[in-house]
Design a protein around this ligand. Structure first.
Ligand SMILES: [Zn+2]
Length: 479
């Protein structure tokens, strides 16, 4: 019922716009051009005049239409933006707004028609096309267009669908481009940028003798930390492997470098094959991951959309893979690594991955947390993730956090003040309580609890775990 009223109003507004465009056509109409078009306009214009005289003046009708429009659209699924739009307006305002949208779209339909029939030059049409695209960026207006597709001329309909596709493609890349515009993150911008940085790696001196090597232009924003002692250095992670990390390390130190990974997901072992001295957790999961990851297993993270700037020149995104690597020695929880004038304690903190490892530099008040914590959305989603283990690990780290000044995670911000782990633990308890509901996103569940964002999946929440002896790249899904 309301739909039929709306349809008649659409027709009405369409005709109203015809009157407007007739003036234009009248001015532009030249000898030899299609007079039939003008005749068609003329017929419709007289009908619209009748409509206006008999119906438009009725305030009562406008209010009635507004109410119908609201209830008819409330029955449909609307995004928050559209719902707010409706909630903040009364029926009169809605009806007027609805008419306005339709008038504008009809005007564009007519302008496009004129352009197609030679009444409008291409030069004159181009700005109108841009305006129409701007109009369709408003989700409510796009919805009104889609809801009334039968009403529009076919060529106009195709034009609008083409523009909507353009907008969608632009917005997909715009969100990533926005990420680049937001770089460096404010925590990183507050640190001093080292001269060892280059076009791909940004190196920050996060503490005396600690260099955090950030890869900001791929959406993971992976961070590898080089911790330099008097005699040797530990490289805690080796990046995503798009460009070699060893030259960066060699610009920072000439001391022997040993690699240790915060865990063996692809985005932390990318440069392992460039090194011969590598420490690893003694587990089947880790050994399986030493075989490297073929292109197929990590391709999703190397599509052009994964980069906010064009990927570095000369890099072949279609061939990228993780090269195999070997452990030179296995390590255990509690072991101390003496770098000369600097001691690091190894903490095996499974949960995010079975071989997740943290490093404690208690003398300097630093805790390197890997993917167990960093200041961005925390991923507890892949089949090898185990929430019972994560619970134990985060609880253990909260106790250690009390004695440190800074947390250095493996993504996003190189260094944040301690205190955040307790917040994560509290939010994590709420996540597991089952009292919160997540938002489904491409088979994942996203929860934002007290400002902490978790990306997880139902099987993980249900306590399931995949076969960890087969390893895992960090990108595998449950199905
Ligand atoms: Zn990671």
């Amino acid at each position: 019922m309301s739909q039929s009223i709306i349809k008649s109003w659409i027709e009405l507004t369409g005709l109203a716009a015809v009157v407007g465009s007739l003036i234009f056509v009248g001015l532009e109409l030249k000898q030899g051009q299609d007079v039939a078009i003008a005749g068609q306009y003329q017929d419709r214009a007289s009908i619209v005049a009748d409509y206006y005289l008999s119906r438009l003046g009725s305030e009562h009708l406008i209010a009635h239409l507004g109410q119908d429009f609201t209830s008819s659209y409330e029955a449909n699924e609307l995004g928050p933006e559209q719902t707010n739009h409706f909630e903040s307006r009364g029926p009169d305002s809605l009806a007027t707004n609805f008419l306005h949208v339709n008038l504008v779209l009809v005007m564009f339909d007519n302008l496009h028609f004129q352009f197609q029939h030679g009444f409008l030059t291409e030069e004159a049409w181009i700005p109108f096309r841009a305006q129409l695209k701007g109009t369709l960026r408003n989700p409510l207006w796009a919805e009104l267009f889609r809801d009334n597709t039968a009403k529009w001329r076919e060529s106009f309909r195709n034009l609008c669908f083409g523009l909507l596709a353009e907008i969608e493609a632009e917005e997909g890349t715009a969100s990533l481009a926005g990420g680049c515009e937001g770089l460096p993150r404010k925590e990183n911008a507050a640190l001093s940028l080292s001269a060892a940085s280059d076009d791909w790696f940004q190196v920050y001196e996060t503490s005396e003798g600690v260099y955090s090597i950030v890869e900001p232009y791929q959406y993971e924003e992976s961070i590898s930390h080089l911790i330099v002692g008097d005699e040797r250095a530990i490289l805690f992670d080796t990046g995503i492997g798009l460009l070699p990390i060893r030259p960066v390390v060699e610009r920072i130190t000439d001391r022997p470098v040993t690699v240790l990974n915060s865990h063996t997901h692809f985005d932390h072992v990318g440069g392992n094959a460039e090194f011969t001295s590598i420490l690893a957790i003694d587990s089947d999961y880790t050994r399986a991951n030493m075989a490297g990851f073929d292109h197929r297993r990590i391709a999703a993270d190397f599509v052009p959309e994964a980069f906010c700037n064009p990927p570095p020149p000369g890099v072949d995104l279609d061939a990228i893979h993780t090269r195999p690597w070997k452990a030179s020695r296995y390590i255990k929880d509690g072991e101390i690594l003496d770098l000369g004038g600097r001691r690091l304690e190894i903490l095996h903190v499974p949960g995010h991955a079975p071989d997740a490892t943290a490093l404690l530099d208690s003398e300097n008040g630093l805790l390197f947390t890997g993917d167990t914590f960093y200041a961005a959305e925390l991923w507890l989603v892949v089949p090898e993730t185990n929430l019972d283990e994560y619970e134990q690990s985060i609880t253990r780290l909260v106790n250690i956090e009390k004695g440190v000044k800074y947390l250095l995670g493996a993504h996003a911000s190189a260094r944040v003040n301690s205190g955040r782990l307790a917040e994560v633990r509290d939010a994590f308890h709420k996540l597991r309580s089952g009292e919160y509901s997540g938002t489904e996103d491409d088979g994942r569940l996203v929860f934002i609890i007290d400002g902490i964002e978790f990306v997880t999946a139902q099987p993980v929440l249900d306590g399931k775990q995949g076969d960890i002896t087969k390893g895992g790249s960090g990108l595998e899904t449950w199905d």
